[in-house]
Write a protein that binds this ligand. Structure first.
Ligand code: SF4
Length: 325
């Protein structure tokens, strides 16, 4: 009787996959600082320490901090009197620290300094008598926080090219624009071009509001998209900068781009037949999740890693004085 020999599945040659790994990717200086603030507060004051909203937009980070004693709340009325409360990296409206003071809560601000810079710009323009146009996404915590630096009605929100075409500010000759820090660089440039055409005297930020981390991660994903058949972005659906990375990859011509929370979301079916996968992570996604995706790929493919480095980052923000000792 003829014997058929088949190679056991575990020893069968795996298909080859080159992972083009974006650099920079993942945590930015503002996210790193916000997480350190929660950890430092926990060790300095003991658990529980309350955090208003997700400190950064990533469930893995939030759950890791919960395990250490952080308690995440939606609003300040959920925080017991006398407790410590931390405000998230996205920034808060002025009414929030005011309410914390009124309630006798010890509050610590984890707002990213680059978001605070946008707040100061808004206040400066308002004090100079300019109307303010904020380019951003309605409902995002950063937008709520920035609009909340000024009285209701002082800031007009523009979300799209269509908004920019139809907005009717009170005094078109005295205007300034500011932007959310995590927008698409290219989409924002197109919106700004419309605003400049319609309002030639509009004041611009002294330095770009879209932050270095957002800009660099978008540059890196474009470099991936030019060479990869598919791009996977590790991040959360409520993370603006992560969602922008998916969009930028698609706009750069990548056939398939997807957001995954981690290895468990990998779209294996869609990757079938591809041999070059671009991999990156949003600014609030920890590196451990990227490494888990790589390990999951290794289980299915013979993986080669190629680093695609577009720039080096060397940005660090100090902790608030009350925690830095
Ligand atoms: S993405 Fe930019 S603005 Fe947001 S926390 Fe990071 S550095 Fe700050």
């Amino acid at each position: 009787m003829a014997r058929t020999s088949s190679i056991p599945a575990s020893r069968a040659a795996k298909p080859k996959l080159t992972i083009l790994l974006a650099s920079p990717r993942g945590f930015c200086a503002g996210v790193d600082r916000a997480i350190q603030i929660v950890e430092r507060a926990l060790s300095q004051f003991g658990a529980p320490v309350y955090v208003r909203h997700e400190i950064v937009h990533n469930r893995f980070v939030v759950e890791s901090l919960e395990a250490k004693g952080a308690v995440f709340v939606d609003e300040l009325h959920e925080v017991p009197a006398g407790a410590h409360v931390i405000f998230s990296a996205h920034g808060v409206a002025r009414s929030v620290p005011a309410e914390a003071e009124k309630r006798g809560l010890a509050h610590i601000d984890a707002t990213c300094p680059l978001v605070s810079k946008v707040h100061y710009e808004a206040i400066r323009h308002h004090e100079a008598g300019r109307g303010i146009i904020l380019i951003g996404h309605a409902g995002h915590p950063e937008v709520i926080g920035t609009m909340g630096q000024l009285p209701d009605g002082a800031v007009l929100l523009v979300e799209s090219l269509a908004d920019a075409e139809k907005i009717t500010p009170g005094d078109p000759a005295r205007l300034a624009y500011i932007t959310q820090t995590t927008l698409s660089v290219d989409d924002t440039a197109a919106i700004v071009a419309v605003l400049r055409r319609r309002f030639p005297a509009i004041s611009a930020p002294r330095r770009e509001d879209i932050c270095y981390a957002t800009t660099n991660r978008q540059m890196a994903v474009k470099a991936l998209a030019a060479r990869a058949e598919a791009v996977v972005v590790v991040g959360a659906a409520n993370s603006s900068n992560s969602m922008r990375l998916v969009e930028v990859a698609r706009q750069a011509g990548c056939v398939y781009a997807a957001l995954v929370r981690g290895a468990e979301d990998m779209p294996w079916d869609r990757l079938e037949g591809f041999s070059r996968l671009g991999l990156t992570a949003g600014a609030s996604a920890p590196e451990v999740l990227v490494q888990e995706v790589i390990e999951a790929c290794r289980a299915r493919y013979a993986v080669t890693i190629e680093d695609v480095v577009v720039t080096q980052e060397d940005v660090h923000f100090n902790l608030p004085r009350s925690l830095s000792a």
